[in-house]
Design a protein around this ligand. Sequence first.
Ligand SMILES: Cc1cc2nc3c(=O)[nH]c(=O)nc-3n(C[C@H](O)[C@H](O)[C@H](O)COP(=O)(O)OP(=O)(O)OC[C@H]3O[C@@H](n4cnc5c(N)ncnc54)[C@H](O)[C@@H]3O)c2cc1C
Length: 381
Amino acid sequence: MARTAIVIGAGLGGLSAALALQRVGFEVEVYEKSQELKEVGAGIVLYPNAINVLRKLDVYDAVASAGSFGRHGKYMTPNGKVLVEMDLKDVGLEKEAIAIHRADLQHALVNKLGADKIHLGMPLTSFDDNGKVTARFPGGSFASGDLLVGADGLHSAVRKQYLKDGDPQFANCFAWRGVVTGEFEGLPSDSGLLILGSGLQFGAMRIGQGRVYWFGAVADKKGAGARTSKKDVLELFGNWTDPIPQLINATAQEALLTHDLYDRKPTFNWGKDGITLLGDAAHPMVPFMGQGGCQALEDSIALGASLKEASSIPIGLRKYENLRKARTANFVTQSRKAMKASMTSNPLIAAARDLVFSKMPPQVLMKNFHTLNSYDMPDLD
Ligand SMILES: Cc1cc2nc3c(=O)[nH]c(=O)nc-3n(C[C@H](O)[C@H](O)[C@H](O)COP(=O)(O)OP(=O)(O)OC[C@H]3O[C@@H](n4cnc5c(N)ncnc54)[C@H](O)[C@@H]3O)c2cc1C
């Protein structure tokens, strides 16, 4: 009889975990609290490690055709001075980062998994593990299986019940995000921009099908609060170099996303018996290395591969956790450091940062791509 898995959460992590488990022979059911699968608004960048995962899950072609390959990037100052310009070709890389609308990525994963495997409007309220795991939902409904994966994001209910370790920590920073369609000077089809100010940064990139994804990050201990309108974004970024004001102005108010940013100190306890955590539920990180989603994707491959030949579910789950804990902890810590360095509000430190970038050979900046590309992932087959 096929082994059965319950996945809580149909985000990037839950969907990719379900696909990996399906590939190694599990019957998988995904339970999602939202009433409909709508991955609102923004874009996401998938770095070389995530692209390797997409290949292993057989969704690379669908994702690559919907998104845009970033081949060319510029770091700039708010008044338009170019600090560094990079081309992946110069460092022997091509087609190594895909920027895509989250809805398109979700669509590709759901298509591969089968929409009938996803149960919507099912917020997990609790679980028990007595040899078999049982997930409980409102109204007395429940589901049983051989294992349960908590892929239910930053405020994970699985984590809350299992670890009881309180709320995630606010990073004293928030982000606005938007997606717009059109041509914008300085932003050709395969390029991206990162503009660094004092306690502020703005990024923009093409995400395929004529669209541009942008984000504006703000260091502020108070968080975003009620600053959720375009007027608020323009107040901080409206006088920055083109095409930033144009991108903000072209964004529909209802398409503007505002989120305070959080992470957690790494924990080395992700599960017990038939329960485990994955993605942001296990290792939320601030987005300054763009690795939160990429690491959730890596988790999924490690999960599937660890369970493939494990002599028991708990042994497979602990193997998965041991494969992932140190690597993801490192990204949590490095992402905090990247935030501190890139979001400094001290103008002297900001000037020093800009000087370092302007002197740094692009090959050194691109080292990260090589490192991410060379990460060795286990096989599912
Ligand atoms: C501003 C910003 C920019 C980012 N940019 C990038 C980037 O460029 N690249 C990158 O790799 N990462 C990026 N990230 C990080 C990335 O978005 C996350 O790491 C990723 O979405 C985590 O996926 P997940 O599936 O673990 O969690 P989520 O995407 O949060 O999914 C969790 C799912 O679980 C559901 N859920 C929650 N509670 C329950 C419950 N009780 N029962 C059932 N379902 C439940 C939720 O509705 C949701 O669908 C960014 C994050 C932010 C905030």
